[in-house]
Structure formats: structure tokens, C-alpha cells
Design a protein around this ligand. Structure first.
Ligand code: ZN
Length: 471
């Protein structure tokens, strides 16, 4: 499910729940040409995973079923014929090459004023037909959109769109109006790409003599291009489906939190929301007209906050498959490693990169040993590493407690605080300026043999560089 569609569903859900209303799932499957195998399962899975629970729908029923449009075919036919009766629609016998298409651009209104007896004869001869909306040629159609305000469109700019196709199926544009009326829908939330179709819907309500629902159109979602410009969000900007984001290790609640902010602002400064908090704070007044920009960095920050808030046991269970440590020396130490990672990642798939240094020491510059605040120089570092190797070689029980004891007592003997002592140790162990966890954590994770090897290698690296310097 594209993020844009999920955002629309989310806003509909938040609005319905904030008003003690019902959130209804209707499957709109009348365009057989666009049917994609498995897509209905994706809708169910996504709504369930995202915790957007519907109150009525094809799977759970409700007072207004059936909720799948292909099962309502007869209903649309009846209402299309009613419009023909009323003069608001007409039969069109023009054969089109792509009969399945909903598109009808540039139709010349050839059949709009066919004499009734000619229509009757053509129908009796069994000639295939579609039913088209008879759009008034003059005047304007207006409505008050709850986000975009008063909108007025000249009817002369609208086409006589197809309502019922030659296969007897309704177009989306017709079925949604009939169903929204029959299902007592009060508010419709959809993307602003439907704004241009809206006057045709309004004219249908008027032709039937029905009251139109309230409309809430949402701003489009753009992505940022490499050159800084923006364009409609697409795959070249990054993952754009809910499934793809979940596969990358974003949490459903993190994604939901972030996309709630795409086109909506809360009254408060709050940025991290649970679903209940979103429901409590959501209001249409906070929905913007201007396009939203999907910012993957912001998504990562929001998601990272949600990961940090997880129950550690949930993190341990759910992050493990992403870590890539099954069967390695780190698997038995996953609980410890997980505790270091939980507050330091934006998504689960960040983990392999964060822990790569544990599998293989990266090449590093000895400049990392030089640290003013810790009064660390190459000379002091080499000396400390030597002492650390000596002391740690004697540690039998390689537990965090023993390691902390060993390092604390060594610091005492050298007259150093723990920080200045562990700085060069951590650098030699990781080759990195910043790591998840400190020297003691990394010693523990690497184990005795690998730790001692890396510390000795650190001493060698420094002395090699000193030799070069002296030349
Ligand atoms: Zn025609």
C-alpha cells in the first residue's frame, strides 16, 4: 500500500474516531482492468498491522453491505437507469477501442441528443452501450471543501463521463457516489488528485436529489530529489509502500506517527504520538492545503523514538532477525548487544552497519587516539594499551563485572579516571570515534582473545606511525 493511500486511510480513521464515528472499509473493485492479484489481502494486512481497525467491511459485515462493489452491480445499474429517466444521463453507443478503460477524454457528446426512437432501436438491436453523465453545458458547480474552502468550477470544463461501462460495471466515479449515499457516509477524505472530479460527484448528488457528504481533500505528498527540488513522491525517493518500510525495520507505529504529520499539524509542539494521542488531537482544522514533503530523515527520527520506547523484550525479539548474527559469536550476547542498540538506531536494518566493527576491525587512523579532554596522546595511548593488555590477560571470568573491576583498579593504579583509561582501549577495540556502548561493553562482546588481539594491534599501529614520524 502506497504511503499516500495509507495516509488517506489514517486521516479517515483519525477523523472518524475523533468524532465517535465509524470507519468503513469498502472494496472498490469495479475496474477489472486494474485488478491486481493479492491486492485485497494487502489492504487487510496493512490496516491490521497499522492498527486501523474498521467498524464495517466485507470481512466483518455491517448494516450497509455488501461492502465489495463487484457484488453491488445491480444496484449501480438501477441508479444509472434512474438518472437516464431523469435526463441527467444518456446512452452512448460509440464503440471505443479500449472498452475496459475508465478514461473518456475528449468525448464529443455524439450521443447526447440522439432521438428517443433511435436510442430505443439501438437498444433493441443489442448494440453495446455505456451510460454517460449529462453535464450541464452552462453554469458552475460549487462546494465547500473543509480543507480547500469554497471551490467553484465552470460546468463547461467538465466532460460527460461514463457512469456505467459496457460490461455493466460502474466506473469508480459513479459507484462511489451511489455507495456513499446508500451507506450513509457523512465525510469523505481523499487525496487532492480527486479535487478535479468532485464537481461531477456534486452534480450526481444534485441529479439524484441527495445531500452531498462533507469533503476533506488532503494535500499531495512530494519527495525531495537529489538536487533539492521536490516532485511527487515515488520510488526514486526511497521506499514508498508501507510493506517496504516495515521490511526495512520501521515500526508500524513509527510510520503511522510520521505520516500523520504529512499534511497535518497538531496544535501543540508534540511530535511523538501514540494512536490514541493522534485520535485525541486530530482535527481537520490542522490539515494543510500546501503539499507535504516526505522526509526520510524525519521518519527515521520519529521511528527511533518509538524504538526507544519499546519494551526491551519486544525489541530483543523483533530486532534479532535484522541483526544478522544468527550462528555467530554474538548470538549468545544478543540481549546485551540489544540493550546498547535500542536507543541508537532509526530502524532495525541499521543494526548490521552499527555492529560491523565487532566482526571486523575497520582500518582507522591513529589520530583517533588523540583526545584533548581525556589528555590522550599517541604516547599515553600506547602505554595505557600495554597496561590494559597485561591486566586483561589475567582476567579469567570474562564477565562485565570482572572487566569493570579490572579496568577500575588499573585506572586507580595509574592515577587516571576511568574515561581517560578507556578512551584508547575503546578506539583500539573498535577503530571508531563513536560506538554503541563503551570499552567495557565492547570488551565483553568481543571476548578475551579478540579483545587482546585488537589491543596489541593498536599498540603496533601507534608504534609504526611513530617510526614513520621520526623519519
Ligand atoms: Zn456516444
Amino acid at each position: 500500500m502506497h504511503i499516500g493511500n495509507l495516509r488517506t486511510a489514517l486521516f479517515a480513521y483519525l477523523f472518524a474516531k475523533s468524532q465517535n464515528g465509524k470507519f468503513i472499509l469498502r472494496i472498490e473493485d469495479t475496474d477489472q482492468g486494474r485488478y491486481v492479484e493479492g491486492s485485497i489481502d494487502v489492504i487487510y494486512d496493512t490496516l491490521r498491522t497499522a492498527k486501523l481497525f474498521h467498524d464495517e467491511g466485507p470481512d466483518i459485515g455491517g448494516g450497509y453491505g455488501p461492502y465489495t462493489q463487484s457484488e453491488r452491480k445491480d444496484i449501480y445499474r438501477k441508479y444509472a437507469l434512474e438518472l437516464v429517466e431523469k435526463g441527467a444521463a444518456y446512452y452512448c453507443f460509440c464503440q471505443k477501442e479500449d472498452k475496459d478503460s475508465d478514461s473518456q477524454e475528449g468525448y464529443d457528446r455524439h450521443c447526447r441528443n440522439l432521438p428517443p426512437e433511435e436510442v430505443k432501436a439501438l437498444l433493441e438491436s443489442g448494440k453495446p452501450y455505456v451510460i454517460r453523465q449529462r453535464i450541464p453545458l452552462e453554469g458552475t458547480t460549487s462546494w465547500n471543501d473543509l480543507v480547500y474552502g469554497e471551490i467553484s468550477v465552470d460546468n463547461s470544463t467538465l466532460d460527460d463521463q461514463v457512469l456505467l461501462k459496457s460490461d455493466g460495471m460502474p466506473t469508480y466515479n459513479f459507484a462511489n457516489v451511489v455507495d456513499d449515499h446508500l451507506m450513509d457516509i457523512t465525510h469523505i477524505i481523499r487525496g487532492s488528485e480527486y479535487l478535479s472530479s468532485n464537481p461531477k460527484y456534486i452534480l450526481l448528488y444534485q441529479a439524484f436529489g441527495w445531500e452531498a457528504p462533507a469533503y476533506i481533500h488532503l494535500p499531495i505528498i512530494n519527495g525531495r530529489n537529489a538536487d533539492g527540488s521536490i516532485s511527487k513522491l515515488s520510488k526514486r525517493h526511497g521506499a514508498v509502500s508501507f510493506q517496504a518500510l516495515v521490511e526495512q525495520g520501521y515500526l508500524p507505529e513509527g510510520i503511522i506517527n510520521y505520516i500523520a504529520l504529512l499534511g497535518w499539524s497538531p496544535k501543540s509542539e508534540q511530535e511523538i504520538f501514540s494512536m490514541d494521542e493522534l485520535i485525541a488531537q486530530f482535527s481537520v482544522a490542522g490539515v494543510h492545503k500546501s503539499p507535504a514533503v516526505f522526509d526520510y530523515q524525519k521518519l527515521g527520527w520519529v521511528n527511533g523514538q518509538h524504538i526507544t520506547m519499546l519494551d526491551p523484550q519486544v525489541f530483543i525479539r523483533d530486532a534479532f532477525p535484522f541483526a544478522g548474527i544468527r550462528g555467530t559469536f554474538l548470538e549468545p550476547k544478543w540481549q546485551k548487544l540489544a540493550s546498547l542498540l535500542q536507543s541508537r538506531i532509526t530502524k532495525y536494518s541499521d543494526i548490521p552497519e552499527k555492529i560491523a566493527f565487532l566482526f571486523r576491525l575497520p582500518e582507522y587512523s591513529t589520530g583517533l587516539y588523540i583526545h584533548k579532554k581525556n589528555k590522550s596522546t599517541l604516547e599515553t595511548s600506547a602505554a595505557i594499551l600495554g597496561k590494559a593488555v597485561e591486566r586483561l590477560s589475567d582476567v579469567e571470568d570474562w564477565s562485565e563485572e570482572s572487566l569493570l573491576d579490572a579496568m577500575t583498579s588499573l585506572a586507580g593504579e595509574l592515577g587516571l579516571k576511568l574515561g581517560p583509561l578507556t578512551w584508547p582501549v575503546r578506539i583500539a577495540l573498535s577503530g571508531l570515534m563513536a560506538t554503541p556502548g563503551g570499552a567495557i561493553d565492547i570488551l565483553y562482546l568481543l571476548g578475551k582473545e579478540e579483545s587482546l588481539k585488537r589491543l596489541s594491534d593498536g599498540i603496533q599501529l601507534i608504534s609504526k606511525e611513530n617510526l614513520v614520524d621520526e623519519k
